[in-house]
Design a binder for this molecule. Structure first.
Ligand SMILES: NC(=O)C1=CN([C@@H]2O[C@H](COP(=O)(O)OP(=O)(O)OC[C@H]3O[C@@H](n4cnc5c(N)ncnc54)[C@H](OP(=O)(O)O)[C@@H]3O)[C@@H](O)[C@H]2O)[C@@H](O)CC1
Ligand SMILES: [K+]
Length: 517
């Protein structure tokens, strides 16, 4: 699913109005009506007090359209205009006038704290104060209003985006943002719903279709995309009856050191389970026995050194290599890594200390082949690209790094983001149970396995991250968040593949929403 920027959303509005020859404020009418339908379906006329707080731009206008429909259908509605400026938008004013047609109860004007209404815990707040048009910091009395919402503990439904969140800038003051229970976002989810610093401002979100011009939506390229089942299904390669293991490639995992052989076991097993025809592990001597006994399906080659990698020298022709899990940063390992990078021609997945060695020795970066996949977690990324002051800066720096070095960065996190030049792909699968030792080694193995099956590097990265997260989601149902082990993710990888062809995602989402309502 595409995630449109603020500018693209405004442009979409304009194009839609022109192409569909819409009367003024028709899109606002659609937006308000859709939110009404959403609430009406769930509330079925219940007389819970609904407090609708409207700003003076189009977000506020949406709130007024909603108020009108709720009033017409006999709901218990109080409408307020948060008087935050003088520049009321044209469509806001149209909606304001239309409220007059259905009630004699005028929206109340709020100008300062003493105007705030009493809100009870069981009431509902609709936050239609600021939408994507927020363009400056918020006055203190409006922050106090947001605090008033929070203190009431009432269910808060935000229209389009929690008021106070910018679409393209970090939050200035955490007290200046509404904490929403649910956000109904028009046409496209907003990037801030997925970033660690801002995702918490809405517990759940849903996209509402307001009929923006289809062609515009289809043909407009976005910098950000959400990766869910629909996006990865076309990457899946069905097998033919007469295929043999040679068709699915030979993955090689290079890594391990004394005490960290387990990382190689996890990654190596993941290569096979993701579908590679063959796998070899290249480890220090001390890894030979554990690997041969725990993973009979794998082949093992060893370094001359007992405890660490000192010389990467193999006589096989792998189709993809994953390097770095448990490898350490011993001087002899760095030398071996440099020599390896100088001669290697095989597509690479680079993880853990193989990333750290690049950060410490920038000349090695030049040896990394184009389209290599780097899978850093937070600290590894910081060492690689430098620190950042916000999620936005992090993404910008990651994009610059990816473009400059022509590599794919898989930034691991609650929503793993794959950065490929200017493009950012946000993964939707996965859960906090996967924050556990070895989870990253499994990911490295899966991506290496997909790469050895001749997927394009970007496809291997996106598909691998999706499958890893989906396997974790399925595994957590059996093991629970606390007890999930990285090995369990591997055990559920087969289920994650099978799940790709279970019911279409749309139907699942709908059921989920109904359940929660
Ligand atoms: N396709 C779609 O998605 C559709 C979107 N629609 C809806 O339109 C919304 C965008 O509407 P919008 O552009 O009118 O701006 P909005 O978010 O209401 O901003 C607030 C207004 O207040 C002002 N202002 C800004 N910051 C301020 C501050 N700190 N303190 C005080 N004032 C401040 C600023 O005006 P200014 O004072 O700068 O002139 C601005 O006009 C969008 O989120 C969605 O809900 C639908 O109606 C139709 C289809
Ligand atoms: K809002």
């Amino acid at each position: 699913m595409k995630v449109f920027s603020k500018e693209q959303i405004y442009e979409g509005d304009k194009v839609t109005e022109e192409r569909q020859k819409l009367p003024p404020s028709e899109l606002m009418e659609r937006a308000g009506l859709q939110i009404f339908n959403w609430m009406h379906m769930r509330m079925q006329g219940a007389q819970v007090p609904i407090h609708i707080f409207c700003g003076i731009g189009n977000n506020g206008g949406d709130g007024l359209v909603l108020a009108r429909h709720l009033i017409t259908h006999g709901y218990n509605v109080e409408t307020y205009v948060v008087n935050c400026g003088n520049s009321r938008s044209k469509d806001f004013l149209t909606s304001y006038d239309k409220v007059k047609e259905v009630t004699k109860k005028w929206p109340q004007l709020l100008k300062c704290e003493s105007d705030f209404p009493e809100i009870h815990k069981d009431d509902i707040i609709v936050d239609a104060i600021f939408g994507i048009g927020l363009n400056r910091s918020i006055e203190d009395w409006i922050k106090a209003l947001f605090h008033h919402f929070k203190a009431s503990e009432a269910f808060t439904l935000s229209v389009d985006i929690p008021s106070g969140l910018y679409t393209d800038k970090p939050v200035e003051d955490v007290n200046g943002v509404v904490k929403a229970n649910y956000t109904l976002s028009f046409q496209s989810p907003k990037l801030v719903f997925f970033l660690p610093e801002t995702a918490d401002y809405t517990i759940q979100w849903e996209v509402i279709d307001i009929g923006i011009d289809r062609e515009y939506l289809m043909t407009t390229d976005t910098e950000v995309e959400l990766i869910s089942k629909n996006e990865v299904l076309p990457i899946y390669k069905p097998r033919t009856k007469f295929s043999h293991k040679g068709d699915f490639g030979h993955g090689l995992i290079i890594g391990g050191s004394y005490g960290k052989i387990g990382a190689v076991q996890l990654a190596t097993r993941s290569v096979l389970v993701s579908g590679a025809g063959m796998v070899t592990a290249y480890v220090p001597e001390c890894g030979y026995l554990p690997l041969q006994t725990s993973l009979p399906e794998a082949m093992v080659m060893t370094d001359i050194d007992e405890k660490k990698i000192t010389d990467i020298n193999f006589d096989i022709t792998p189709s993809a290599i994953g390097i770095g899990v448990g490898i350490g940063t011993d001087t002899s390992t760095i030398q071996a890594y440099e020599a390896f990078l100088k001669s290697n021609k095989v597509p690479l997945v680079i993880d853990a200390d193989a990333i750290n060695m690049l950060s410490e020795n920038k000349k090695l970066l030049k040896l990394v082949p184009e389209n290599s996949i780097l899978t850093p977690h937070h600290r590894e990324l910081e060492r690689l690209i430098g620190t950042w002051s916000s999620d936005f800066e992090k993404l910008e720096k990651a994009s610059t790094f990816s473009s400059k070095h022509k590599v794919i960065l898989v930034i691991k996190g609650a929503h793993t983001i794959t950065v490929y030049g200017q493009k950012k792909f946000i993964n939707v699968t996965g859960n906090s149970g996967m924050s556990t030792a070895g989870s990253g080694d499994v990911l490295t193995g899966i991506i290496t396995g997909l790469l050895s099956q001749k997927h394009l590097p970007i496809e291997a990265a996106l598909f691998g991250v999706y499958l890893h997260g989906r396997a974790g989601d399925l595994a957590v149902e059996e093991f629970g968040y606390q007890s999930l082990l990285a090995g369990n993710i591997i055990d559920y990888l087969g289920e994650a593949y099978i799940d790709l062809f279970k019911q279409p995602e749309q139907a699942q989402e709908e059921v989920k929403t109904e359940d929660k309502a």
